[in-house]
Each structure stands twice: as C-alpha cells, then as structure tokens.
Design a protein around this ligand. Structure first.
Ligand code: SAM
Length: 428
C-alpha cells in the first residue's frame, strides 16, 4: 500500500511535467524504470497509473515470474521486462561489441561496448525510478550502485525516485543475548584452546539480523537512548548525492529512551551490547514513510500489532570495551561505503559534555571502517555459535569429554584384543 500510494502520486507528478513538455515527437506517457522488479509488482503499479515501464531483473527465475505477472495483468503492452542487471544497462543503440543478456534475443538491453560509441539512445531516458532494493542494513542489495547508474545513464535529470530517500535509525541497547553473540566469555575460553588474538579482535563483521520487537516488549532488550536518525541517503538528487564512501556522521547520543522502565541513571550504568538499526524510507512527499522500526507495533499500546513482520532489524554487535557508563558525551561514529554501514561508539574525550553539535569533535576521530575478524573465531563460528559456546556449562562439558575419552580408550583396547593377527605378528 505504501508503494502503491507513492508510485501513484509520483506518476501523477511526472505526468504534469511530461504533458507540459510534450512535442510532436515525444510520447505523453510517463516513462518509468523498475530496478529489481522481482515479482513485477512495482512496475505494474506504475503502469496501472499510466506509465510505460522498463523493468530490470537480473535473476532469470524472477524475470520469468515478472513476465508472467505482467502478462497476467494484461500490461504487456506497457511494461517491457528485461533479464538484466540495471547497472550495466545503457540507453545507447549501436553496440557492436555488446553482449546479449537474455535468451529470447528480443527483450535485450545491450551492454556498452569497450569503445563506448555514443549514438542516439535506443530507449529514451526515464522520468521515474521505482525500486525496492532495501535489505535489513539498507545497502546490501546494491542500492547505491543501482541508483547511481540510473541517475547517470538511464534517467532524465528531472526524474524522481520512489523511495526518494532512506535513513538509518540507530539505538544502542543492552541485551544479554547480543552480549553473548559478540564475544566469548572467560568460561567458554577455558574450554577452548583460543588464540591470544581473540582478546584483541574487533569481532564479527557486519550485523546480526533479528526480530527485536519481542525482546524489547519482554524486557530482554533495554534501549539506552532515544532512536537516532543517524544518516540519510538522498536517492532522488542525482548520482552526486550518492557518495561512494567516507560518508561520516557524528551523532550525539542523548540518554533517554522509550520503553525504559527504571530511572534513567540506572540505564546509564548499563553497558551497550549492540547498536540496533533499522531504516525509514521517504516514499513521496505526500505519502506515509516505510519504517522497519521494532517500535512500530508499540505505537498503539502494549498489545497492539504483530511483533514479527517481514522486516527484521540489524544489531551491530559491540566489543566488550564499549561503554556509555560515565557522564561524558557519547558519539556514534558512522560511515558507509556502497555495500554496508560501519559504526562505533566513542566518548567525547574531554570535550564539553553539554555540546550537541558534532562539529567540535568531528576532527578528533578516525572514520570507522569495516569490522574485520582478525582472530578467526568470530568469522568461523558466527554470532549464534558464540551464544551456544557461551552457554555451555564448563563442568558438564569437561565431564562429558572425560567420559568420551574413557569410552574411546575402552573400545580401542577391546578392538585390539579381538583383532585377528598373523601367527608371526608380535603385539606391541
Ligand atoms: C527485494 S527484491 C525486489 C522485490 C520486487 N520489487 C517485488 O515487488 O517483488 C530485489 C530484486 O532485485 C533484483 N536486483 C537487485 N539489483 C538489481 C539490479 N541492479 N538490476 C536488476 N535486478 C536487480 C534481485 O534479483 C531481486 O529479485
């Protein structure tokens, strides 16, 4: 519904533009591209409001599905489905070196040749981009690359994008499960011959996907401050707005939050085990946003709404050294590249704690980078296995190991004593 409302409003906006600039050669239809059409749904929504659509889908099975859906809805004359990665599509017609990118040889969007000869566009540029390339952590499905290419190659400068922007919203939380998922406790470490590098390792790369509404509701996860809109990516302002990397935000964390049961001072003593993150996408200026917040189901009261939805939240696990426990101003350091967000917590290091502007401390910190597991333990086992290892009862494991060794020794002795040997063999 959110997409339907926004796409309808966007097609109507662009229809005014197209009608206004219509001349004898141009068509009066809004031209839309649907990037990653999947089931074909968004392209169909645009077509039903009157647009002509080129829909890209790189997975062949999904492409076939989209073709069926388009045909089943009687929209084949308005929607052209291409089995292609939009990022290599071009509007140029004359491509002698171009590679055929789908099997039927008809619905082919030619790839650019190495010589990149500039000719008349095979298809005119689009007025509207519709897409749903969002994953839990926003960027993992190639959103930035796809939109950057769309703006550079496939769209008019006056085009609009649905969604038009997307923000990462973050909230540090205290949660025993996430603590165990981040690193190995001393108890687990006594069971396993761990390399010393484990203690110095920054931990698991990326984030841990989870449904956070239920643990929040049941009190197994405590928010340590208000949700904070940490970074907004403008998808509707051309490729220059889609920075490749180094985007950096220093967000001040204020220590108050929804769902905090006890006095604030109690929460400030808690260690943050993870930064919970979700997204809010602006669909169109006149229609409601799409939010994957775990607080959605709390909006109308304690028991309102389902606690599970299609969308999960991202938990960026923090190392055991992370803390919010003193009175210093804390900052969330955030950066992203084309594929993922990186974030860290930092204190102001003696800055004026009353300041809420990131400017005074901006120069103090290095831009956070991708977490790389340097000890092998986090990347080998992953967060869920670390939880299991942390929950092992060391004494019980030692007793089970002892019993297993004794059984093995017993079996070996029995096998040895019953083995048939040549008459001349000597037993060692
Ligand atoms: C989350 S799904 C989109 C769902 C779709 N909008 C729907 O309504 O069914 C993302 C889809 O985009 C496709 N995809 C991702 N990046 C693409 C690209 N650059 N060009 C073409 N398809 C892409 C994936 O194969 C996947 O099927």
């Amino acid at each position: 519904l959110l997409y339907s409302q926004a796409i309808e409003a966007a097609v109507k906006d662009q229809q005014k533009l197209v009608t206004g600039s219509q001349n004898a050669r141009s068509s009066a239809r809004v031209r839309a591209i649907d990037i990653g059409t999947g089931s074909g749904l968004l392209g169909c929504l645009a077509a039903k409001t009157g647009a002509s659509v080129v829909a890209f889908e790189l997975v062949e099975d999904m492409y076939n599905l989209a073709c069926n859906v388009v045909e089943g809805n009687g929209l084949s004359d308005q929607i052209e489905v291409l089995c292609a990665d939009s990022v290599v599509a071009t509007t140029r017609e004359e491509m002698p070196e171009g590679r055929k990118i789908c099997s039927d040889g008809v619905k082919t969007w030619r790839l650019p040749s190495d010589n990149g000869k500039e000719t008349e566009p095979a298809r005119p540029r689009a007025h509207l981009i519709v897409h749903e390339l969002l994953d839990t952590g926003i960027l993992g499905e190639g959103l930035i690359r796809a939109l950057r290419h769309a703006w550079d190659v496939l769209c008019e400068p006056t085009a609009i994008s649905v969604p038009s922007s997307v923000s990462l919203v973050v909230q540090p939380v205290c949660c025993e499960y996430l603590r165990k998922a981040a690193s190995l406790d001393d108890g687990a470490a006594t069971l396993l011959p761990l390399p010393p590098a484990v203690g110095r390792c920054r931990g698991s790369p990326g984030y841990f996907e989870m449904q956070a509404a239920l643990p929040l509701r049941q009190g197994h996860m405590t928010p340590l401050c208000e949700p904070l809109r940490a970074c907004e990516i403008d998808l509707g302002a051309g490729s220059a707005a889609l920075a490749e990397k180094g985007v950096r935000t220093l967000a001040p964390l204020s220590m108050a939050g929804p769902g905090t049961a006890g006095p604030l001072s109690e929460h400030r003593k808690k260690r943050p085990h993870a930064v919970l993150a979700w997204f809010e996408a602006t669909m169109h200026a006149t229609t409601p946003p799409l939010s994957t917040s775990p607080w959605r189901s709390f909006a109308d009261g304690e028991d309102a709404g389902p606690v599970r939805s299609h969308w999960q939240q991202a938990a960026f696990l923090l190392p055991p050294s992370a803390s919010l426990s003193n009175d210093e101003q804390r900052w969330l350091l955030l950066a992203h590249d084309d594929d993922e967000f990186f974030l860290e917590l930092a204190s102001s290091g003696g800055e004026d704690a009353s300041t809420t502007s990131p400017t005074p401390v901006r120069a103090t910190y290095p831009t956070p980078e991708r977490t790389v597991c340097t000890c092998g333990v986090h990347s080998l086992w992953g967060p869920e296995r670390l939880v299991l290892l942390n929950e092992l009862d060391a004494a019980a494991v030692a007793a089970a190991a002892e019993a297993a060794v004794q059984t093995l020794a017993h079996n070996l002795i029995m096998a040895d004593s019953t083995a048939v040997r040549p008459a001349t063999a000597t037993s060692a």
